[in-house]
Write a protein that binds this ligand. Structure first.
Ligand code: ADP
Ligand code: MG
Length: 282
């Protein structure tokens, strides 16, 4: 059962019954501003769901309040009661990249490059603010609208932290199996490079339709990631350019200090040229 909405929230917004999504901590509903009739997303986080993890909530709010970028969901209002926190954000009505990926199976290189470029621009901005996302995955990448060329936005900073210094290394073990970087699982710290690893996993998945690391169960999956080995299976990768593979290799680099940064990834020809690649240049 949901606690009653704060009066101040209801004075400014009409909360519709439309549920936009459900995550690990939050239910996200649609709401409409009374004065402008503009639609927003209302992220409702029950405090009991995050009992003992309140520090994560605080970090999410601190971060959301600061963030302004065309490829990152921004926050407009914030309300809090004893039971819940209510965050009004930009509405991304085009749905999750995850859903589109399931529908499409895989993407052309040009389409994938265009999507990944937007994620990298958002990440470059976040990293320049010393914000590490730490949970980059297709469920947390949302299309602004359902138009074909809609912008892709990064959302869900629930697992983010503001770094105190550039080289500060975050030591909490979290993230999502499948997209999580080996240094997180090996508990040797995780700074900005963990986000680039996740982008590598997403790029691999968009191009091939399957994930680079796999296991019968979570333990086997973790072992697969920690071994850091993946293959470009000829059956699925035969028609994909060397440039794309080089880009994925640069991101799925085991040692975080050798992995591409967001800015380096943006400068990689597979992103900066954004051409339809084929095998002719091999
Ligand atoms: P959690 O921290 O619980 O994972 P998220 O912020 O990821 O919460 O939100 C959960 C889901 O709600 C997302 O995966 C997405 O489907 C939907 N959602 C979140 N924010 C928005 C938004 N601004 N516009 C539309 N849908 C959203
Ligand atoms: Mg989420």
């Amino acid at each position: 059962d949901e606690p009653p909405y704060p009066a101040a929230l209801e004075r400014s917004y009409k909360i519709t019954n439309k549920i936009l999504g459900v995550g690990s901590f939050a239910v996200v509903k649609e709401c409409i501003a009374h004065d402008t009739q503009k639609a927003y997303a209302l992220k409702i986080i029950l405090k009991k769901v995050i009992a003992g993890k309140e520090h994560m909530l605080d970090s999410e709010l601190d971060i959301l309040k600061q963030v302004r970028h065309p490829h990152v969901v921004s926050m407009h209002d914030l309300y809090e009661t004893k039971d819940a926190v209510y965050i009004v954000t930009d509405l991304a009505s085009g749905g999750e990249l995850f859903t589109q990926l399931l529908d499409r199976g895989s993407y052309t290189e040009k389409d994938a490059s265009n999507l990944i470029k937007q994620v990298l621009e958002g990440l470059s901005y976040l990293h320049s603010q010393d914000i590490v996302h730490r949970d980059i995955k297709p469920e947390n990448l949302l299309f602004k609208s359902s138009k074909k060329d809609s912008n892709l936005l990064i959302t869900d900073f629930g697992l983010s932290k503001i770094l105190k210094t550039h080289d500060d290394v975050l030591m909490t073990a979290c993230g999502t199996p499948g997209y999580v970087a080996p240094e997180v699982l090996l508990q040797i710290g995780h700074g900005k490079p963990v986000d680039l690893w996740s982008v590598g996993v997403i790029t691999f998945t968009l191009l091939s339709g399957y994930t680079p690391f796999w296991g019968e169960d979570q333990a086997a999956l973790f072992e697969s990631i920690m071994a850091g080995r993946y293959e470009f299976d000829e059956e699925y990768w035969g028609a994909i350019s060397e440039s794309a593979k080089d880009f994925v290799d640069g991101l799925l680099t085991f040692k975080p200090e050798k992995r591409l940064t967001a800015d380096e990834a943006l400068d990689h020809p597979w992103i900066s040229d954004n051409l339809t690649h084929n095998n002719c240049d091999e």
